[in-house]
Design a protein around this ligand. Structure first.
Ligand code: SD4
Length: 346
């Protein structure tokens, strides 16, 4: 039935092209667009996806915001609040692992598809909800990104109250890390990193996204990862799709990871294929880091299809729509799958 409908549409597009030759190009692109939407899974909108299983509570909160009449920007912001406020989450917001000096430094960004706008903060301290400061940067300033003391001053000037983000538990761990001379290097492994990247599509098909993290545990003070960098940790293109990243930021930001995923979708890849292709491209350019890339992407297409892929065996992500709320396993790309034999190299 899908095929017949597609043929019919392509056929009628052909007739239109004959009767309006100068519009041939526009007709062709609308046929392609319909074909893509027919092959996308049927989803109910609004829909939110977020990295990791802890993203489920954030996606559900975002959905609830829209169901109560809130905007998509409110939904992304308030969905991410849930993870930022969770003291048990050691890699986002309060309770996050501090930097090498014992200060919790947070990165966050937000992006809106319809107006292609963005706001971002990097290495900000003493702020409970960096996602909200990123939103304020987007809405109240002519800038896209503020970092460090300037970002903090901006937040306080705009009514944010200071919050001590270092929990007693993390202080104890940081002290132990400092005492252990032999392991005095940043820690990034399954236990020491996680980030929330959240993407959403509304009933009109408009796309939005946000991202928040405390980043690489015990990082050098001032280090900013991929998460607040537009195009690296997050990218939204309202014509094509949106993507977000989690993992080792240095390996994502050297390749403009999320932008790359969106461009793969622009070239016709499904969200899962786009994530896989981006991982392969990164592996090709970065063979020395092959076994150690630690990059994971989630993607959402303009048609509402979603998917993910990552180098971590256990990468999982969350999805919520009026129809369902669940945790999904991402396509796991082993070193063999992305290496010379499995990669695109000739
Ligand atoms: C960073 N990408 O700061 C973040 C950390 C992360 O899963 O996503 N961990 O490098």
């Amino acid at each position: 039935m899908t095929v017949n409908r597609r043929r019919f549409i392509q056929g009628s597009a052909g007739l239109s092209a004959i009767s309006a030759m100068s519009l041939g190009r526009a007709v062709e692109s609308s046929a392609t667009c319909v074909e893509m939407s027919l092959s996308a899974p049927q989803i109910e909108k609004p829909l939110f996806i977020a990295t990791w299983p802890f993203g489920k509570a954030s996606c559900e909160a975002a959905l609830q915001v829209t169901q109560q009449g809130g905007s998509m920007v409110d939904a992304i912001e308030q969905g991410i609040w849930v993870t930022e406020a969770d003291v048990k989450n050691a890699s986002v917001g309060i309770g996050g692992i501090p930097n090498a000096a014992g200060d919790v430094e947070l990165d966050a960004c937000i992006m809106t598809g319809p107006d292609h706008n963005a706001g971002s903060v990097g290495a900000i301290q003493d702020v409970l909800h960096p996602i909200s400061v990123a939103r304020m940067v987007m809405e109240k300033t002519p800038h896209v990104m503020l970092v460090g003391d300037g970002a903090q001053r901006f937040a306080f000037d705009n009514g944010v109250s200071p919050t001590d983000l270092l929990t007693a538990e993390q202080r104890k761990r940081w002290q132990a890390w400092q005492a252990a001379e032999s392991v005095k290097k940043p820690q990034i492994d399954e236990d020491h990193h996680d980030t929330i990247a959240m993407l959403g599509i509304d009933t009109k098909g408009d796309l939005y996204g946000g991202c928040s993290t405390s980043g690489w545990g015990y990082k050098i003070p001032g280090r900013i990862g991929d998460s607040p960098i537009i195009g690296s940790g997050l990218y939204v293109d309202n014509q094509v799709g949106a993507a977000g990243a989690t993992g080792l930021g240095e390996n994502v930001m050297r390749h403009c990871g999320s932008f790359l995923v969106v461009e793969m979708m622009r070239n016709g890849a499904t969200p899962t294929e786009a994530c896989e292709q981006a991982v392969r491209r990164i592996a090709e350019l970065d063979p020395k880091n092959l076994g150690n890339l630690d990059i994971n992407f989630i993607a959402l297409s303009k048609q509402g299809g979603f998917g993910a892929a990552g180098t971590s065996q256990g990468f999982r992500y969350s999805v919520a729509s009026p129809k369902e709320s669940r945790i999904v396993s991402a396509k796991a790309m082993t070193e063999k799958a992305i290496g010379p034999e499995g990669g695109n190299r000739k």
